[in-house]
Design a protein around this ligand. Structure first.
Ligand code: ADP
Ligand code: MG
Length: 691
């Protein structure tokens, strides 16, 4: 019995002053506000109410619709109270069984009533039966549905029947005229209007499989439209940015940049040279650079950043270097000081742990321009710091920053009327298709080679029953002069418990490895204590470091060659890869041991498998994308990711390529159409894609 649904109000009225009904609010929550939003809300599956299957031809466990006359209807006790209705047609009879029911239902299905019933049949104790089918009272003239019945993604407050009506009327009202000029859509695809009508109300003959796996041409058309809108909005953002003015920063012969190259203790790899050249070309232009430098953990991004900073500073401008954590900022600081200070640079150090007078002095140095390089955590830089002449901002581990944060940062960093250049660095490479969509507005440089002399990391996976054996391995490694990380997981909801775990593990290892220096590092320690522990570990005085994920990003101790990650099943793939990247930085053969507690979930299994099979960050990123899908891959804060509702970046790469090729042409030749396309698809969300 389908409950009669109240007729939904036109979508436009939902913004009116009168109180909104619960379903209206639920629709808004799903983003179903404009007619076009409703028209673009597509079924995720269909029910076939277009035909009647004879009861005698029913097959087990397959959804079907039958029609017949009730011959018997009663409540019986069979283990529990239930309503049993026997339905008969010319070909046979079927038992309908209801474990929950209202007296009204019993009345409605009384003997001699004609019923149309939909559900899955199966063989029960008393012959063929359907449990809790959908039931409709009919007569001989009740027509069958002419098209498949759509089932829409809904929510608890939004009944399917209400949503169906709302979508049908939204679809009827929406302006679906073709925006795209003739001949630009890939051949063989229907018009948008035909595609939508088809997908909302497919004919009985439709290929359900092609509809449900989205390979049908109607789906292809929608995905193409969506990808095109997204490409257009990115392209627009890119062109807007190109109108902004930035200082042209050029390295001079014999300048700071060349002097830094002269004092480096190593030769740049070919990949490092190439990306340095790409960055230098950008910096020399009077438009702001917006470049992502990606390179696997340990590929040597820091020195590339230092060289870019040297170009900016050599040209008379300031450079800001931001990192997500203090530990990482501190690492940069030490490395950069080691390289740049002998060249006569003044560096300001701004993080939460620099306080009082010292802090004010640093802020003053940044504001006056006396400090040419400002290093710190992003939080501090966002709030307080003023620059005299900021030419370049470098953000490390950019994936840790959300879209909104990046936008805010750009505003903040504006000096005078000029935009600074921006270099973002990430060890989590963005797979190509993602880069082409979400980061179409970002130029990408890739370091695809590790510095020479690294030995590959061997990864081993054990259950926690092998924990003692692992501790034995540590003892042997330490006796051999190795340094070891032991990582304990941090589960956000129970930081206290984790802290206890880390502390207990520290005590346990200190006791079992008597005579060995075992340190502890976690997020609740004061920055000074953290720095002290890191210094001991870096200098080799400490052999084993028990840590929570505070060491996840950027920590660089080349002598560390063994890493144990406990409860590895609790970590994400990118995080595991980042952690593992802390070893394998020196010449020593390195080992990463992943200890897990069974049972493993399927995704947990594929994560650990990926870790054991490859150390290539790009391969890891691809698999991560497979496991999690693009939305999660990008991180929840980057909710711009949700904008791709239909297209699948893996499967629809050809459509993406076509959309990408069309976008610039359309923007040049039919800017008005381009604008309408973006508005139709993205509404007000388009801003989000600019960050
Ligand atoms: P990441 O890309 O993960 O930030 P780092 O910049 O921390 O990597 O570099 C990792 C280590 O490799 C550092 O100790 C760094 O000094 C060293 N390194 C960087 N480039 C080279 C190179 N061309 N040759 C040798 N060692 C290098
Ligand atoms: Mg780094």
């Amino acid at each position: 019995m389908t409950a009669p649904a109240p007729a939904p109000a036109p979508a436009a009225a939902s913004t009116a002053a009168k109180a909104k009904s619960a379903p209206q609010k639920a629709m808004e929550k799903l983003g179903l506000v404009r007619d076009i939003d409703l028209a673009l809300h597509l079924p995720h599956r269909y029910e076939d109410e277009t035909r009647i299957t004879p009861i005698g031809a029913l097959r087990d466990n397959e959804p079907a619709q039958v029609e017949g006359v009730v011959v018997d209807c009663q409540v019986e006790m069979r283990g529990r109270r239930q309503l049993l209705v026997r339905l008969k047609d010319e070909s046979g009879s079927l038992l309908l069984r209801f474990l929950h029911f209202y007296p009204s239902q019993q009345k409605q299905m009384s003997a001699a009533t004609r019923l149309r019933v939909r559900g899955e049949a199966r063989i029960g104790f008393f012959g063929r039966e359907m449990v809790h089918p959908v039931v409709k009272v009919v007569d001989d003239t009740t027509p069958l549905a002419q098209s498949l019945t759509p089932v829409y993604p809904a929510s608890a407050q939004l009944p399917q029947a209400y949503l169906r009506k709302a979508v049908a009327s939204g679809l009827a009202r929406a302006d679906l005229r073709e925006i795209l000029p003739h001949g630009v859509v890939p051949p063989g695809l229907p018009s948008l209007k035909d595609a939508l009508n088809y997908l909302h109300h497919p004919p009985p003959s439709a290929q359900l499989a092609a509809l449900e796996d989205h390979s049908h041409p109607a789906w292809q058309r929608l995905k193409f439209e969506e990808l095109l809108a997204q490409q257009l909005s990115q392209l627009r953002a890119q062109r807007e940015r190109a109108l902004l003015v930035a200082p042209a920063l050029r390295g001079q012969p014999g300048g700071l940049h060349e002097r830094l190259l002269g004092v480096l203790p190593f030769q740049l790899t070919a990949a490092q040279q190439r990306v340095c050249e790409e960055i230098a070309q950008d910096l020399a232009r009077p438009q702001p650079m917006h470049r992502l430098l990606q390179g696997d953990v340990g590929s040597g991004k820091t020195v590339v950043a230092a060289l870019a900073a040297a170009v900016a500073i050599g040209a008379g401008w300031q450079c800001a270097l931001m990192a997500p954590t203090e530990i990482l900022a501190e690492q940069h600081f030490r490395k950069l000081i080691g390289w740049l200070e002998p060249l006569g640079l003044k560096i300001a150090w701004i993080t939460g742990s620099v306080k009082g007078k010292a802090r004010q002095a640093m802020l003053d140095a940044a504001a006056s321009g006396e400090a040419q390089l400002v290093v710190g955590t992003h939080a501090v830089i966002e709030d307080k710091v003023r620059f005299a002449k900021l030419g370049l901002a470098i953000i490390d581990e950019q994936h840790r920053f959300g879209v909104a944060q990046r936008l805010a940062l750009r505003q903040k960093l504006k000096a005078m009327d000029l935009e600074p250049h921006m270099l973002m660095m990430s060890a989590t490479p963005i797979p190509r298709t993602l880069a082409m969509t979400y980061f179409a507005d970002l130029d990408v440089s890739t370091i695809d080679e590790l510095p020479p002399g690294r030995s590959p990391i061997v990864t081993k996976v054990f259950t926690d029953s092998k924990r003692d054996d692992v501790i034995d391995k540590i003892r042997m490694a330490v006796a051999d002069g190795a340094q070891v990380y032991w990582v304990c997981p941090l589960v956000e909801e129970s930081e206290a418990i984790d802290l206890r775990n880390a502390t207990e593990t520290h005590e346990e290892l200190s006791a079992t490895l008597a005579g060995t220096s075992v340190g502890l590092l976690h997020g609740r320690m004061s920055p000074a204590d953290k720095a002290a522990v890191m210094a001991q570990f870096s200098s080799g005085q400490m052999s084993v470091l028990v840590a929570t994920t505070v060491i996840e990003v950027g920590v660089d101790v080349p002598n560390a060659s063994l890493m144990v990650i406990e409860h590895a099943e609790r970590f994400g793939l990118a995080q595991l890869h980042q952690l593992r990247g802390r070893v394998g930085r020196g010449a020593k053969a390195s080992v990463c041991v992943l200890i897990y507690t069974p049972p493993l979930s399927d995704t947990g299994k594929s994560r650990l498998k990926a870790m054991a099979e490859t150390t290539d960050g790009f391969e890891i990123a691809r698999r991560d994308l497979d496991i999690r899908g693009p939305g999660e891959f990008m991180g929840s804060r980057q909710s711009g990711a949700e904008l791709l509702r239909f297209a699948d970046l893996q499967e629809d790469a050809p459509l993406l390529v076509a959309a990408r090729a069309l976008a610039p042409q359309l923007l040049d030749r039919a800017p008005d159409a381009a604008h309408r396309q973006v508005t139709r698809w993205l509404g007000t969300k388009a801003e989000f894609l600019k960050a």
